[in-house]
Structure formats: structure tokens, C-alpha cells
Design a protein around this ligand. Structure first.
Ligand code: G16
Length: 543
């Protein structure tokens, strides 16, 4: 067994997007494609002698092969140890948890999150830093620049090792410790939430349906909900992770988690429904015949955080991504704590969490989390809701209705135009940018524009600046339209249009969301010229 140096040539386009490098499986399977990226990560990290790396993925197609490749490259780069999830499986939040708990240098997450899997699906890779969160842009840019000039990678030619047995083996001088993917994570959850209260809730006949979407959360949910908390067997559906997620799109929203939505719409539906995504960091919360938007979920949890033992000491601050609704801002104001508005991407919360400025964070893209780790965390949000339901004895809808009555309702929706031609999408954004200076003060029918800009963010901790993070058209009454191009798609461009309208009067808190937003939807079309640029008369997905 020896370390081989293999000559290679750069591949174009290995720039990480919103959350790591995501491409079609066929792209990742090209000889040297993954190796080039991994070597670029290692070159950026420098000397890793004596250091520990964490490695795992969401179990999608190509996960196991990629794990072997990375293990053999880590051995060639001098790592002392790699902690790898059994079967190559670790949810994204579990990677963050394990990095922090074991003092690792960082971790590699193999996932394309909610994107479909299988031979024709997507694959992805992301590097997380010692704090446990996604590498900041300074690091991802350095990795990208390295990919542009790479000429060799190093890899051990040792045979593949067994990653299915919990044991320690060796590649070259490096220990490979195969760990239980659930244990460290479950132990952390037990410290944050009132497991006794949740156990009593399940003991009282409370019924829940958790949709694992045949992705990584299944084993975590089974072990924690059915194992530790006594939920009846069968509470977790679609629990077995499959390489192609059963042919579905593992994205926990009402469109893709249609089975769960149908179950929760029945007259004798369970009391509580939830789903998580491919890599376990997203969550959707559903009550009986009642869907909770991610923005509202963040606000409700923030307003009630004291129910959970881990948050009894109070919140230091709340952070949300710019396109996320401003429901959480109202809670922060009532609590007398700051609310930070960051660009889209969980990586932007890292500095705020590290500096103790924020405790809870959330995004409209079904992501919620806290300072317990540095990733968003699907099952954590579900346990938080269970803790809240157990302590209050109220239903999901009751909690949200009461929240709206107290704080007002932020009607909210996102319209996605998927796989549109990149050029057209870029031109749409460029034409909006040209219009920006002319919009302030314009009367657009039901709304007058207060200001319009291209969101720019200066990190209050490290001073780093991110520009062009989404075009905002903000009305004088606080309603908003935001245009942004997704940074996670793998086909053409995805245009996201975010719509938000605040309603203080409880008499109007139960309108249909799309009707409540109808005037804004019309303005978005008029100002953005969406149909003209994209050739699409309507969005592909509405959440
Ligand atoms: C990733 C990021 C999130 C972001 C989401 C959507 O989530 O971690 O911060 O909100 O993508 O990003 P975009 O709008 O650019 O597609 P995940 O769950 O895909 O890792």
C-alpha cells in the first residue's frame, strides 16, 4: 500500500454555490472530478497532520464510492483520524454535532440536500469548518481558485475498507473510526428538550406522522421518536434511506411531501405531522389540516423558546435570511433582542452564532436551527415543536392562531421558476437592477414603493461583505417582493420570487395565502416581466 500522486487537469465550474458543490451524478462520476475538488479542499486546509476529519453523507447514489475515495485521499494528506458514519451515513446536522463534540478540524458532507438522487439525479459535496458550520465564502472561494490550477492529487492505493461495521481500521497511518450516526446527535437532543414531557405526550395517545422521505432522517427519527420517546411504531413513515429516495424529490414542502399533507388532511389525521429532507437539515411542520410556513415556525419557536430546557435562559438574538418573512422580527422586538437579516445560505449565520449574537436562526427554505450546532436542523425543529405541544397541551393551529393574534400575520409565499435558461434569468435580474433607481415612490396600484435595492450585507462580526444577494422591492406598508436566483440548482437557473404582506387585523388572518398576496403577485409580474423573460406563464413550484 502506498500513496500515489496522480496527474490531473482542472474542470471548469467547480465553484461552490449556496451550499457546496452540487452537480449531476454523471458530472461527479467523471474520472478525477471528485478527486480534484477534494484535493483542492485539502490544499486549502494546508497541513492536516494529527488532525481529525468527519465524513458522511445522506446516503444518495454515489455516496459509498465517494466515501472510499475521500478516505483514501485523507490518508494521503496526513490526517490522523477520520470519523465516518456507519454505511457512510451522517445527516448534515449530525456532521456539525460530531465535528464540535470531537474537536475535529472539519468535516465533509456528501449531499445535494433536497435535490433528487439516483444515477440521473444530483450529488454534492461541502466542507464544514471546526465550528461545525459550512465554510464561509473566503474558504469556498479559495477552494474554487485551487480547482482552477490543480495539476495533481494524492491518494492511497489501499483496498476499500469496511464502513458498515462499527469498528476502527486503518488506511496507511490514518485511523478510520466507523461511528453510530445517531448516538452523538441523540445525546445532544436529549440535553436540549424535555424528553419526559414529550414521552408523557406520546403516552397520552397523541399521534404523530414523521415523513423521512426515504432520506437520511429516517434512522434518526426512528431512534429518537419511536425508540427514546415512545412514539408508536409506524409514526415514522418512509423511514428507510434509499439511494434514489424512492424516486421522489426529498424536499419537505407541501408539494413534494404530498403523502404527508394528504395524511394530515384526513378527518382523523394525527395531531402533528413533520417531514425532513435528503440530508436531514430541513423541516416542515404540519398540524391537522394546517400547514405552518417555515417563517412562522421560526417566529412561534422564538416566542415560546422558554418551554425547552436548552433555551430557558433566554435568546440572545434571532437571525433570518433576507427573503424569510419578518414574522420573527416582531418577536425579537417584543423580547427586546436584536434580529439580524443575512443573505440566503446557512453559512452566513455562523459568525453570529459563534459571537453569541444570535440563538435561533431560520430561513424560508424550510430551515430552522440554533446555536446548538452550526447547521440548520430538521429533527431539532420537530422536537422543539413536540416540546411546545407537550408543555402547552395546545394544537399546532391553536398555537399559530394565537401567535398571529398577538403579533399579526405575515402572509408569505415563494414562487419558483425552475430550470429556466440561465441567460434569460440573468437578463431578468439585470433589467430589474436597471429599474431599481426609478422605483422608489412609484404607485403600483395597491402599493407604493418605499425603496428598492439589491441586498448587500456586511457581516457585523467579521466585516465581510456580500453583494447582489437579492433584489428587494419594499412597499410603504412593509409588504415586499424579492427576486433572487437560486444557488443550489443543477439545471439552468431557478428564479425565486418571494412575496410577503403583513396583516395586523385578526379578522383577516384566515385568507387563502395566494389570494392574500394576489396584488403583489401581479406587481411582481409587471415589474419583473417574468413571463416575458422565462417563457413561463406560472411558477413550477409554489410554497
Ligand atoms: C441551502 C442553504 C440554505 C438556502 C437553501 C436555498 O439549503 O443551506 O441556506 O436557503 O439552500 O438556497 P437557494 O435559494 O440558493 O437555492 P440546503 O438544504 O439545500 O442545503
Amino acid at each position: 500500500m502506498s500513496i500515489q500522486t496522480v496527474a490531473t487537469k482542472p474542470f471548469p465550474g467547480q465553484r461552490p454555490g449556496t451550499s457546496g458543490l452540487r452537480k449531476k451524478v454523471s458530472v461527479f462520476r467523471q474520472p478525477s472530478y471528485l478527486e480534484n475538488f477534494v484535493q483542492s479542499v485539502f490544499d486549502t486546509l494546508g497541513d492536516c497532520a494529527g488532525k481529525t476529519l468527519v465524513l458522511g453523507g445522506d446516503g444518495r447514489y454515489h455516496n459509498r464510492e465517494a466515501v472510499q475515495t475521500i478516505l483514501h485521499m485523507a490518508a494521503a494528506h496526513g490526517f490522523a483520524k477520520v470519523l465516518v458514519g456507519q454505511g457512510g451515513i451522517l445527516s448534515t446536522p449530525a456532521v456539525s454535532c460530531v465535528i464540535r463534540k470531537h474537536g475535529a478540524l472539519g468535516g465533509i458532507v456528501l449531499s445535494a440536500s433536497h435535490n433528487p438522487g439516483g444515477p440521473d439525479g444530483d450529488f454534492g459535496i461541502k466542507y464544514n469548518i471546526a465550528a461545525g458550520g459550512p465554510a464561509p465564502e473566503s474558504v469556498t472561494e479559495a477552494i474554487f481558485h485551487r480547482t482552477e490550477s490543480i495539476s495533481r492529487y494524492r491518494i492511497s492505493d489501499a483496498p476499500a475498507i469496511d464502513i458498515d461495521r462499527i469498528a476502527t481500521s486503518r488506511i496507511e497511518q490514518m485511523d478510520v473510526e466507523v461511528i453510530d450516526p445517531v448516538a452523538d446527535y441523540a445525546e445532544l437532543m436529549q440535553r436540549l428538550f424535555d424528553f419526559d414531557a414529550i414521552k408523557a405526550l406520546f403516552g397520552s395517545g397523541f399521534r404523530m406522522c414523521f415523513d423521512g422521505m426515504h432520506a437520511v432522517s429516517g434512522p434518526y427519527a426512528k431512534a429518537i421518536l419511536e425508540g427514546m420517546l415512545g412514539a408508536p411504531a409506524g409514526t415514522v413513515i418512509n423511514a428507510v434511506p434509499l439511494e434514489d429516495f424512492g424516486g421522489h424529490h426529498p424536499d419537505p414542502n407541501p408539494v413534494n411531501a404530498a403523502q404527508l399533507i394528504a395524511i394530515m388532511a384526513e378527518d382523523d389525521a394525527p395531531d402533528f405531522g413533520a417531514a425532513s429532507d435528503g440530508d436531514g437539515d430541513r423541516n416542515m411542520i404540519v398540524g391537522r389540516k394546517f400547514e405552518v410556513t417555515p417563517s412562522d415556525s421560526l417566529a412561534v419557536l422564538a416566542a415560546n423558546a422558554a418551554v425547552a430546557p436548552g433555551y430557558r435562559a433566554g435568546l440572545k438574538g434571532i437571525a433570518r435570511s433576507m427573503p424569510t418573512s419578518r414574522a420573527a422580527d416582531r418577536v425579537a422586538e417584543a423580547l427586546g433582542i436584536p434580529c439580524y437579516e443575512t443573505p440566503t445560505g446557512w453559512k452566513f449565520f455562523g459568525t453570529l452564532l459563534d459571537a453569541g449574537k444570535a440563538t435561533l436562526c431560520g430561513e424560508e427554505s424550510y430551515g430552522t436551527g440554533s446555536d446548538h450546532i452550526r447547521e440548520k436542523d430538521g429533527l431539532w425543529a420537530v422536537l422543539f415543536w413536540l416540546n411546545l405541544l407537550a408543555v402547552t397541551g395546545k394544537s399546532v393551529q391553536q398555537l399559530v392562531d394565537e401567535h398571529w393574534a398577538r403579533f399579526g400575520r405575515n402572509y408569505y409565499s415563494r414562487h419558483d421558476y425552475e430550470a429556466v435558461a440561465s441567460e434569460a434569468a440573468n437578463e431578468l435580474m439585470a433589467s430589474l437592477r436597471i429599474k431599481l433607481p426609478t422605483l422608489a415612490g412609484r404607485d403600483l396600484g395597491h402599493y407604493v414603493v418605499d425603496f428598492a435595492d439589491d441586498f448587500e450585507y456586511t457581516d457585523p462580526v467579521d466585516g465581510s461583505v456580500a453583494t447582489q444577494q437579492g433584489i428587494r422591492i419594499v412597499m410603504t406598508n412593509g409588504s415586499r417582493i424579492v427576486f433572487r436566483l437560486s444557488g443550489t440548482g443543477t439545471e439552468g437557473a431557478t428564479l425565486r420570487v418571494y412575496l410577503e404582506r403583513y396583516e395586523a387585523d385578526p379578522t383577516y388572518h384566515h385568507l387563502l395565502t395566494q389570494q392574500a398576496l394576489a396584488a403583489l403577485i401581479l406587481i411582481a409580474e409587471q415589474v419583473g416581466g417574468i413571463t416575458g423573460w422565462t417563457g413561463r406563464a406560472r411558477p413550477t413550484v409554489i410554497t
